[in-house]
Design a protein around this ligand. Structure first.
Ligand code: HSE
Length: 382
């Protein structure tokens, strides 16, 4: 049985990962151990349908090194601290990581198997040991438009994002809901009076947004009833780090030797857990829309083309409709007025599923098939 150590399983991405693994029966035939950075010795996760034992110490390199695979959703600081120590101790196992810390290291493979199964297989064949989930926005963009990239049709793409609170973290999701509640409280009185005007409602909402007590410690500004057109830190040239990832990680996922330009503005919106993109794709050649829709929809089983009608769009192409679903929706597909080579479309995907947990879960499955009865950590110890 493959020995797998899980770190960071209690957080939001880790919890979704365990839920998905349980739903898919992934724990069958696996020897899992659970670790904690804060409460080693405490009880492991409940409700998995088996005794998850006591928690190990997530900083105990000797204990971690006994595992064939370590899956971590603990975050970049943990990866920076523990991964080099494990490797320096000679551990030759597989490290599967949700964090960005190792993504752009030359030896790291970015995992998104419906899009880059060939890149993952190539990495395994070359003996790569570090496999990281990519930035959520980038993963969802590529899940949505894999068919166009695969057909070599993309000369460049701009991706204007609409990113959910969940991408910033669990505390941010709570703050978004708290902001909505504060707005609801402030607007209750004028809303309760059928004679009040929309401007009276707006005055109450604006007063709430401007109030010093309005919850904003996480986002730094109101997100509810507003939006935040800056995500992550500046990296020069007026660009945010989130905006660079589209290009860097996107091309690395695809294994492109000649990079495809990917750029755009990243914007936080008041969606809870779905990231969306409005894209402009410059096609290498004009192709009819029905062919483009077939390429997009036929790329893999988790992409769903939504008819470009108001009814279908509102029913199927919104964060509210896509939350909790494994399929990434792509709609509003049409040519722009600039010409037949200029395509626009809108995509929506669950940030916690294909944006975070699912690529890691599936990488563990790929490793299980790849390794069969091999146990790298035990071989190392022997
Ligand atoms: N950085 C992304 C965001 C999520 O803030 O939405 C993680 O990739």
């Amino acid at each position: 049985m493959l020995d797998v150590g899980f770190v960071g399983w209690r957080g939001m991405v880790g919890s979704v990962l365990l839920e998905r693994m349980q739903a898919e029966g992934d724990f069958t035939g696996l020897a899992p151990s659970f670790y904690s950075t804060s409460s080693p010795g405490g009880p492991g996760p409940a409700d998995l349908g088996f005794d998850s034992g006591r928690l190990g110490d997530a900083f105990d390199v000797g204990a971690l090194a006994r595992h064939d695979v370590i899956v971590t959703c603990q975050g970049g600081d943990y990866t920076h601290e523990v991964h080099p120590r494990l490797r320096a101790a000679g551990w030759n196992g597989y490290w599967i990581d949700a964090a960005s810390a190792l993504r752009m290291e030359p030896g790291t493979v970015l995992v998104l198997d419906p899009v880059n199964a060939d890149v993952i297989a190539g990495g395994l064949a070359r003996g790569r040991r570090d496999f990281c989930g990519a930035n959520c926005t980038v993963s969802i963009l590529l899940m949505a438009f894999a068919g166009l990239f695969r057909a070599g049709l993309v000369e460049w793409v701009t991706s204007m994002t609409y990113q959910a609170a969940s991408g910033a973290g669990a505390a941010h999701m709570r703050e978004l809901a708290a902001q909505m509640a504060a707005i609801g409280d402030a607007a209750r009185e004028p809303l309760g009076d059928p004679a009040s005007s929309a401007l009276a409602v707006d005055r109450s909402v604006r007063a709430a947004l401007a109030d010093d007590g309005f919850p904003r410690s996480r986002f730094g500004a109101p997100l509810a009833a507003s939006l935040l057109p800056w995500i992550d830190r500046p990296i020069g040239g007026g660009r945010s780090r989130e905006e660079l990832k589209g290009f860097e990680e996107g091309n690395k996922i695809l294994g492109n030797e000649v990079p495809v330009p990917v750029d755009g503005l990243c914007v936080r919106v008041g969606s809870m857990r779905c990231h969306a993109h409005a894209v402009t794709v410059k096609l290498r050649e004009d192709r009819p829309l029905d062919e483009i829709e077939s390429l997009i929809g036929g790329a893999h089983e988790w992409v769903r083309v939504v008819e470009n009608t108001p009814e279908a769009t509102l029913a199927e192409l919104t964060p509210a409709a896509v939350s909790g679903r494994l399929d990434v929706a792509v709609g509003r597909i049409r040519k722009l007025a600039m010409g037949g080579e200029f395509l626009t479309a809108f995509s929506v995907g669950d940030q916690l599923l294909w944006g975070a947990a699912e690529p890691l879960r599936r990488m563990l499955g790929i490793l299980r098939s790849h390794l069969g009865e091999e146990h790298p950590a035990r071989a190392e110890a022997a």
